[in-house]
Design a binder for this molecule. Structure first.
Ligand code: SF4
Length: 323
Protein backbone atom coordinates (compact mmCIF):
# COMPACT_ATOMS: atom_id res chain seq x y z
CA UNK A 1 0.00 0.00 0.00
CA UNK A 2 1.41 3.37 -0.91
CA UNK A 3 -0.19 6.76 -0.33
CA UNK A 4 -3.79 7.74 0.17
CA UNK A 5 -6.42 7.21 -2.47
CA UNK A 6 -9.03 9.20 -0.55
CA UNK A 7 -8.78 11.95 2.05
CA UNK A 8 -11.84 13.27 3.81
CA UNK A 9 -11.32 16.50 5.70
CA UNK A 10 -13.64 18.03 8.29
CA UNK A 11 -16.73 16.71 6.50
CA UNK A 12 -20.11 17.93 7.74
CA UNK A 13 -23.42 16.66 6.36
CA UNK A 14 -26.64 18.13 7.67
CA UNK A 15 -30.01 17.39 6.17
CA UNK A 16 -33.47 18.49 7.11
CA UNK A 17 -36.57 16.53 8.01
CA UNK A 18 -40.11 17.71 8.67
CA UNK A 19 -40.57 18.48 12.36
CA UNK A 20 -44.29 17.79 12.51
CA UNK A 21 -47.47 17.87 10.44
CA UNK A 22 -47.75 21.66 10.89
CA UNK A 23 -44.54 22.41 9.02
CA UNK A 24 -41.17 23.48 10.29
CA UNK A 25 -37.97 21.58 9.70
CA UNK A 26 -35.46 19.88 11.92
CA UNK A 27 -31.73 19.62 11.21
CA UNK A 28 -30.26 16.13 11.23
CA UNK A 29 -26.50 16.16 11.92
CA UNK A 30 -25.54 12.99 10.06
CA UNK A 31 -21.77 13.52 9.68
CA UNK A 32 -19.87 15.82 12.01
CA UNK A 33 -16.33 17.04 11.39
CA UNK A 34 -15.24 13.69 10.01
CA UNK A 35 -11.59 13.18 9.03
CA UNK A 36 -10.53 9.95 7.34
CA UNK A 37 -7.80 8.72 5.02
CA UNK A 38 -8.15 5.62 2.85
CA UNK A 39 -4.89 4.11 1.62
CA UNK A 40 -4.39 2.77 -1.90
CA UNK A 41 -4.97 -0.97 -2.03
CA UNK A 42 -6.50 -1.40 1.42
CA UNK A 43 -9.89 -2.52 2.69
CA UNK A 44 -10.91 0.05 5.25
CA UNK A 45 -14.01 -1.00 7.17
CA UNK A 46 -16.39 1.41 8.85
CA UNK A 47 -17.98 -0.14 11.92
CA UNK A 48 -20.85 1.28 13.92
CA UNK A 49 -24.50 0.89 14.74
CA UNK A 50 -27.31 1.53 12.33
CA UNK A 51 -27.94 5.28 12.18
CA UNK A 52 -24.35 6.31 13.00
CA UNK A 53 -23.87 7.93 9.56
CA UNK A 54 -22.02 5.14 7.72
CA UNK A 55 -24.32 5.08 4.70
CA UNK A 56 -24.52 8.87 4.56
CA UNK A 57 -20.73 8.95 4.33
CA UNK A 58 -20.84 6.38 1.51
CA UNK A 59 -23.38 8.44 -0.43
CA UNK A 60 -21.27 11.58 -0.01
CA UNK A 61 -18.23 9.74 -1.37
CA UNK A 62 -20.32 8.77 -4.40
CA UNK A 63 -21.51 12.37 -4.89
CA UNK A 64 -25.10 11.20 -4.35
CA UNK A 65 -25.91 13.79 -1.67
CA UNK A 66 -24.97 17.38 -0.83
CA UNK A 67 -22.54 18.09 1.94
CA UNK A 68 -22.59 21.16 4.17
CA UNK A 69 -18.84 21.70 4.35
CA UNK A 70 -15.49 19.95 4.16
CA UNK A 71 -13.44 18.30 1.45
CA UNK A 72 -13.36 14.87 -0.17
CA UNK A 73 -10.17 14.34 -2.14
CA UNK A 74 -9.83 11.33 -4.45
CA UNK A 75 -6.29 11.07 -5.82
CA UNK A 76 -5.80 14.65 -4.63
CA UNK A 77 -8.81 16.03 -6.51
CA UNK A 78 -11.70 17.60 -4.58
CA UNK A 79 -14.69 15.68 -5.87
CA UNK A 80 -17.13 18.13 -4.29
CA UNK A 81 -15.85 20.78 -6.70
CA UNK A 82 -16.24 18.79 -9.90
CA UNK A 83 -19.24 19.86 -11.96
CA UNK A 84 -18.62 19.28 -15.67
CA UNK A 85 -20.05 16.23 -17.43
CA UNK A 86 -16.58 15.02 -18.43
CA UNK A 87 -15.21 15.33 -14.89
CA UNK A 88 -18.21 13.48 -13.47
CA UNK A 89 -17.78 10.70 -16.05
CA UNK A 90 -14.11 10.39 -15.12
CA UNK A 91 -15.06 10.27 -11.45
CA UNK A 92 -17.51 7.38 -11.92
CA UNK A 93 -14.91 5.45 -13.91
CA UNK A 94 -12.67 5.60 -10.85
CA UNK A 95 -15.22 5.16 -8.03
CA UNK A 96 -18.08 2.66 -7.92
CA UNK A 97 -20.50 1.40 -5.31
CA UNK A 98 -22.04 -1.92 -4.30
CA UNK A 99 -25.35 -1.52 -2.49
CA UNK A 100 -26.96 -3.59 0.24
CA UNK A 101 -29.89 -4.83 -1.78
CA UNK A 102 -28.79 -6.22 -5.15
CA UNK A 103 -32.35 -6.58 -6.41
CA UNK A 104 -33.32 -2.92 -6.03
CA UNK A 105 -29.96 -1.80 -7.45
CA UNK A 106 -30.47 -3.70 -10.74
CA UNK A 107 -33.01 -2.51 -13.30
CA UNK A 108 -35.61 -5.35 -13.43
CA UNK A 109 -36.52 -4.55 -17.05
CA UNK A 110 -33.00 -4.98 -18.41
CA UNK A 111 -31.18 -8.20 -19.18
CA UNK A 112 -27.86 -8.68 -17.40
CA UNK A 113 -25.97 -8.15 -20.67
CA UNK A 114 -27.61 -4.73 -21.05
CA UNK A 115 -27.03 -3.83 -17.39
CA UNK A 116 -23.33 -4.47 -17.83
CA UNK A 117 -23.02 -2.88 -21.28
CA UNK A 118 -24.76 0.38 -20.40
CA UNK A 119 -21.98 1.97 -18.29
CA UNK A 120 -19.46 1.23 -21.05
CA UNK A 121 -21.74 2.72 -23.72
CA UNK A 122 -22.21 5.89 -21.68
CA UNK A 123 -18.73 6.37 -20.30
CA UNK A 124 -16.31 5.02 -22.92
CA UNK A 125 -15.68 5.09 -26.65
CA UNK A 126 -15.39 1.32 -26.96
CA UNK A 127 -16.79 -0.41 -30.02
CA UNK A 128 -19.69 -2.88 -29.76
CA UNK A 129 -17.26 -5.79 -30.08
CA UNK A 130 -14.99 -4.40 -27.36
CA UNK A 131 -17.99 -3.88 -25.06
CA UNK A 132 -19.17 -7.44 -25.65
CA UNK A 133 -15.69 -8.77 -24.80
CA UNK A 134 -15.45 -6.63 -21.62
CA UNK A 135 -18.92 -7.76 -20.46
CA UNK A 136 -18.04 -11.40 -21.00
CA UNK A 137 -14.75 -11.10 -19.15
CA UNK A 138 -16.39 -9.30 -16.24
CA UNK A 139 -19.26 -11.74 -15.75
CA UNK A 140 -16.67 -14.53 -15.58
CA UNK A 141 -14.63 -12.61 -13.00
CA UNK A 142 -17.57 -12.77 -10.61
CA UNK A 143 -18.12 -16.50 -11.11
CA UNK A 144 -21.09 -16.47 -13.53
CA UNK A 145 -21.15 -17.73 -17.09
CA UNK A 146 -22.07 -16.31 -20.47
CA UNK A 147 -25.65 -17.63 -20.39
CA UNK A 148 -26.44 -15.28 -17.48
CA UNK A 149 -26.22 -12.30 -19.81
CA UNK A 150 -29.53 -13.19 -21.50
CA UNK A 151 -31.52 -13.34 -18.27
CA UNK A 152 -33.29 -10.75 -16.13
CA UNK A 153 -32.38 -9.98 -12.47
CA UNK A 154 -35.46 -11.76 -11.08
CA UNK A 155 -34.23 -15.03 -12.60
CA UNK A 156 -31.28 -15.17 -10.18
CA UNK A 157 -30.83 -15.96 -6.50
CA UNK A 158 -29.84 -13.22 -4.03
CA UNK A 159 -26.19 -14.28 -4.08
CA UNK A 160 -26.09 -14.37 -7.89
CA UNK A 161 -27.72 -10.93 -8.05
CA UNK A 162 -25.04 -9.55 -5.74
CA UNK A 163 -22.40 -11.09 -8.05
CA UNK A 164 -24.06 -9.23 -10.95
CA UNK A 165 -24.07 -5.98 -8.94
CA UNK A 166 -20.36 -6.52 -8.25
CA UNK A 167 -19.78 -7.12 -11.99
CA UNK A 168 -21.53 -3.84 -12.76
CA UNK A 169 -19.33 -2.06 -10.22
CA UNK A 170 -16.23 -3.60 -11.86
CA UNK A 171 -17.15 -3.05 -15.50
CA UNK A 172 -15.48 0.38 -15.74
CA UNK A 173 -12.27 -0.87 -14.11
CA UNK A 174 -12.56 1.37 -11.05
CA UNK A 175 -9.80 1.86 -8.49
CA UNK A 176 -12.07 2.47 -5.52
CA UNK A 177 -15.18 0.53 -4.51
CA UNK A 178 -17.55 1.59 -1.78
CA UNK A 179 -19.45 -1.43 -0.49
CA UNK A 180 -22.38 -0.52 1.75
CA UNK A 181 -23.51 -3.58 3.74
CA UNK A 182 -22.99 -5.76 0.61
CA UNK A 183 -23.78 -9.07 2.33
CA UNK A 184 -26.30 -8.15 5.01
CA UNK A 185 -29.33 -8.87 2.77
CA UNK A 186 -28.01 -12.33 1.86
CA UNK A 187 -28.45 -15.74 3.49
CA UNK A 188 -25.64 -16.55 5.89
CA UNK A 189 -24.60 -19.50 3.69
CA UNK A 190 -24.09 -17.15 0.72
CA UNK A 191 -22.40 -14.33 2.65
CA UNK A 192 -19.05 -16.18 2.87
CA UNK A 193 -18.98 -16.73 -0.91
CA UNK A 194 -19.51 -13.04 -1.64
CA UNK A 195 -16.99 -11.96 0.98
CA UNK A 196 -14.39 -14.32 -0.47
CA UNK A 197 -15.17 -13.02 -3.95
CA UNK A 198 -14.58 -9.42 -2.82
CA UNK A 199 -11.30 -10.44 -1.18
CA UNK A 200 -10.15 -12.20 -4.36
CA UNK A 201 -11.13 -9.29 -6.61
CA UNK A 202 -9.30 -6.85 -4.35
CA UNK A 203 -6.12 -8.90 -4.79
CA UNK A 204 -6.53 -9.57 -8.50
CA UNK A 205 -7.25 -5.96 -9.45
CA UNK A 206 -5.46 -4.08 -6.68
CA UNK A 207 -8.72 -2.42 -5.66
CA UNK A 208 -9.25 -0.13 -2.72
CA UNK A 209 -12.40 -0.74 -0.68
CA UNK A 210 -14.41 1.25 1.79
CA UNK A 211 -16.39 -1.55 3.37
CA UNK A 212 -19.38 -0.60 5.49
CA UNK A 213 -20.89 -3.19 7.78
CA UNK A 214 -22.55 -3.59 11.14
CA UNK A 215 -21.22 -7.18 11.25
CA UNK A 216 -17.91 -7.23 13.08
CA UNK A 217 -17.13 -10.86 12.23
CA UNK A 218 -17.25 -9.98 8.53
CA UNK A 219 -15.15 -6.87 9.15
CA UNK A 220 -12.57 -8.87 11.10
CA UNK A 221 -12.21 -11.38 8.28
CA UNK A 222 -12.06 -8.90 5.41
CA UNK A 223 -10.54 -5.58 6.46
CA UNK A 224 -6.99 -4.27 6.78
CA UNK A 225 -8.02 -1.34 8.99
CA UNK A 226 -11.15 -0.38 10.91
CA UNK A 227 -12.63 3.05 11.60
CA UNK A 228 -15.25 3.02 14.37
CA UNK A 229 -17.98 5.59 13.76
CA UNK A 230 -20.32 7.07 16.34
CA UNK A 231 -22.89 9.78 15.62
CA UNK A 232 -21.17 10.99 12.48
CA UNK A 233 -17.56 11.01 13.61
CA UNK A 234 -14.67 8.55 13.74
CA UNK A 235 -13.97 7.81 17.40
CA UNK A 236 -11.25 5.19 16.89
CA UNK A 237 -9.15 3.95 13.98
CA UNK A 238 -6.45 1.33 13.69
CA UNK A 239 -5.27 -1.83 12.00
CA UNK A 240 -7.81 -4.64 12.31
CA UNK A 241 -5.53 -6.52 14.69
CA UNK A 242 -5.06 -3.44 16.91
CA UNK A 243 -8.77 -2.72 17.14
CA UNK A 244 -9.76 -6.31 17.88
CA UNK A 245 -6.95 -7.13 20.32
CA UNK A 246 -6.73 -3.77 22.08
CA UNK A 247 -9.75 -1.48 21.55
CA UNK A 248 -9.29 1.81 23.37
CA UNK A 249 -12.54 3.74 22.98
CA UNK A 250 -15.35 2.63 25.33
CA UNK A 251 -17.70 2.49 22.34
CA UNK A 252 -15.35 0.14 20.44
CA UNK A 253 -14.98 -2.01 23.56
CA UNK A 254 -18.75 -2.29 23.88
CA UNK A 255 -19.22 -3.12 20.18
CA UNK A 256 -16.49 -5.76 20.23
CA UNK A 257 -17.68 -7.35 23.45
CA UNK A 258 -20.83 -8.34 21.57
CA UNK A 259 -18.89 -10.40 18.99
CA UNK A 260 -19.24 -14.02 20.17
CA UNK A 261 -16.21 -15.59 18.54
CA UNK A 262 -13.78 -12.95 19.66
CA UNK A 263 -12.06 -14.86 22.48
CA UNK A 264 -8.69 -13.30 23.04
CA UNK A 265 -8.00 -11.21 26.12
CA UNK A 266 -9.96 -12.70 28.99
CA UNK A 267 -9.26 -9.65 31.15
CA UNK A 268 -10.96 -7.28 28.78
CA UNK A 269 -14.02 -5.87 30.46
CA UNK A 270 -17.20 -7.05 28.79
CA UNK A 271 -19.13 -3.85 28.57
CA UNK A 272 -22.20 -4.57 26.47
CA UNK A 273 -23.56 -1.51 24.76
CA UNK A 274 -26.29 0.10 26.82
CA UNK A 275 -29.10 2.41 25.77
CA UNK A 276 -30.17 3.67 22.37
CA UNK A 277 -28.12 5.66 19.89
CA UNK A 278 -29.11 9.31 20.54
CA UNK A 279 -30.97 11.01 17.72
CA UNK A 280 -28.70 12.86 15.26
CA UNK A 281 -31.27 15.66 15.49
CA UNK A 282 -30.18 16.42 19.05
CA UNK A 283 -26.52 15.58 19.38
CA UNK A 284 -25.18 15.27 22.95
CA UNK A 285 -22.77 17.99 24.07
CA UNK A 286 -19.07 17.26 24.63
CA UNK A 287 -18.16 13.67 23.86
CA UNK A 288 -21.15 12.34 21.91
CA UNK A 289 -20.84 8.94 23.61
CA UNK A 290 -21.17 10.36 27.13
CA UNK A 291 -24.87 9.43 27.47
CA UNK A 292 -23.96 5.72 27.22
CA UNK A 293 -20.40 5.58 28.50
CA UNK A 294 -19.67 3.58 31.67
CA UNK A 295 -16.43 5.56 32.22
CA UNK A 296 -17.88 9.09 31.97
CA UNK A 297 -15.94 11.89 33.71
CA UNK A 298 -17.12 15.45 34.44
CA UNK A 299 -15.27 16.89 31.47
CA UNK A 300 -16.94 14.49 29.02
CA UNK A 301 -20.24 16.41 29.02
CA UNK A 302 -18.56 19.78 28.51
CA UNK A 303 -15.73 19.31 26.02
CA UNK A 304 -14.98 17.23 22.97
CA UNK A 305 -11.96 14.93 23.35
CA UNK A 306 -9.02 15.34 20.96
CA UNK A 307 -7.36 12.55 19.02
CA UNK A 308 -4.79 10.55 21.01
CA UNK A 309 -2.24 8.41 19.14
CA UNK A 310 -1.29 5.01 20.58
CA UNK A 311 0.87 4.02 17.62
CA UNK A 312 1.48 5.27 14.09
CA UNK A 313 -1.68 3.49 13.02
CA UNK A 314 -3.93 3.44 16.11
CA UNK A 315 -5.72 6.43 17.61
CA UNK A 316 -8.92 7.32 19.42
CA UNK A 317 -10.81 10.29 20.84
CA UNK A 318 -11.42 9.84 24.58
CA UNK A 319 -10.59 11.74 27.76
CA UNK A 320 -9.58 8.49 29.49
CA UNK A 321 -6.18 8.79 27.81
CA UNK A 322 -5.57 12.53 28.21
CA UNK A 323 -3.07 13.41 30.92
FE1 SF4 B 1 -16.53 7.99 27.77
FE2 SF4 B 1 -15.59 10.39 28.34
FE3 SF4 B 1 -14.20 8.77 26.76
FE4 SF4 B 1 -16.44 9.89 25.91
S1 SF4 B 1 -14.54 10.95 26.44
S2 SF4 B 1 -15.86 7.80 25.64
S3 SF4 B 1 -17.70 9.87 27.76
S4 SF4 B 1 -14.67 8.45 28.93
Amino acid sequence: MTGNLAEIKNLNIVYQTKKNAFGGVQNVYAVNGLDLEIKKGEILAIAGESGCGKSTLAKALMKLIDVKSGKILIDGKDILAIKSREEIKDFYKKVQMIFQNPYSSLNPKMKIGQILSEPLEINTNLTKEQIKKAVLETIKKVGLDETSLNNYPHEFSGGQRQRIAIARALILNPEFIIADEPVSALDVSIQAQIINLLKQLKQDFNLTFLFISHDLSVIKYLSDRIAVMYLGEIVEIGNTEEIFSNPKHPYSMALLSAVPELGGDKNREKSALKGELPSPENLPSGCKFHTRCPYIKDICKKSEPSKIDFSQTHSCKCFLYES
